[in-house]
Design a protein around this ligand. Structure first.
Ligand code: RUB
Length: 319
């Protein structure tokens, strides 16, 4: 397989959700850029940079809401450009891309571990905890707490239309964590019994709003009404620098076939399907965001962005 085929395959896997979950998507993109550099036959650093930029473009177009994907690609492309400006030889640039990608992947995996440890401290014996969709970081908090000997039960919402909640339920079940699988419309019914909610994030905006799987904001609303603490787990590379400049996180809308078969839809000529994959939970409904750098109130999101990206300018975010 050529390197272009490999990048196309990864892009397709992300688009079709064979690779899914914001962290995994970002690591897969970093891995694809690493492979691009390793397999490149470019004779100059300029042509290697161009190859990386072409691959980056292909990967970026796959899932617009995952800010983790944009941030991982930006980090690697920016380092490549800096290397190019230093007029270094192609071999040195290749090494730089491999090192930056590898570091991103390692940092991402250790961030999840760290969030697991920090978040587990917030779980108490006999807790009833609700979660939505399938988040590696939220699951890590639960598995770490369980491994530490905490006894609690999880309510996992099914998460229509792609049913990622079943993946969560299966993972928790395999770990031995007692789990109830519920339909999304039962979220409010059970919420009054819960001690906390823990969900993941695809993006965190500078005002502390969290973008996550469609239905998260309804869960947050139900939690707010029932006075149940609402926790979000998010690695710092999910924080969106663009939102500092007033840009909104783009919400991906997916195909109608995820909701209804095309032949069924054809029988309803006046019906169109809307299928947004994510929604926005306002900071007022979020108690804490658990990052690898510690726990913050949503209002402190801007500080994380400043720490990660420095002062934000439009040029800096170009790639
Ligand atoms: C997955 C989803 C997850 C976040 C965080 O959506 O919304 O909650 O991506 O996941 P999809 P993680 O299934 O459409 O990718 O903590 O694993 O990064």
């Amino acid at each position: 397989m050529t390197k272009t085929d490999e990048v196309k395959r990864v892009a397709q896997d992300i688009k079709l959700m064979r690779i899914r979950g914001a962290g995994k998507i970002a690591r897969a993109a970093a891995e694809a850029l690493l492979t691009t550099a390793q397999q490149s036959k470019a004779k100059s650093s300029l042509s290697l940079m161009k190859e990386v930029e072409t691959a980056a473009k292909l990967l970026l177009d796959t899932r617009p809401t995952a800010v983790s994907l944009q941030n991982s690609i930006r980090r690697i492309v920016n380092e490549t450009r800096i290397a190019n400006n230093r007029n270094i030889k192609v071999e040195k640039m290749r090494q730089c891309i491999v090192e930056t990608s590898t570091k991103f992947i390692q940092d991402s995996l250790s961030a999840i571990e760290r969030i697991g440890v920090i978040g587990a401290g917030r779980i108490e014996d006999d807790d009833l905890i609700m979660t939505h969709c399938n988040s590696a970081t939220a699951t890590k908090v639960l598995s770490t707490a369980f491994a530490n000997g905490k006894h609690f039960k999880v309510f996992a919402s099914e998460t229509r239309p792609r049913l990622q909640g079943r993946i969560t339920a299966k993972t928790l079940s395999n770990l031995g964590i007692p789990t109830s699988l519920i339909v999304d419309s039962a979220i409010r019914f059970f919420m009054t019994k819960m001690n906390k909610v823990i969900v993941g994030a695809d993006a965190v905006a500078s005002n502390g709003a969290v973008v996550n799987k469609i239905g998260t904001s309804l869960m947050a609303l139900a939690a707010h009404e029932a006075r149940v603490p609402f926790f979000v787990t998010a690695e710092t590379y999910k924080f969106s620098p663009e939102t500092v400049l007033g840009q909104l996180v783009k919400i991906e809308e997916r195909d109608s076939s995820e909701i209804i078969l095309e032949k069924e839809l054809l029988k309803m000529p006046n019906v169109s399907v809307r299928n947004p994959a994510f929604d926005v939970t306002p900071p007022e409904y979020i108690d804490l965001i658990i990052t690898e750098k510690g726990i913050i109130p949503p209002q402190a999101a801007i500080m994380i962005i400043q720490e990660e990206f420095g002062s934000i300018t439009a040029e800096k975010l170009e790639y």
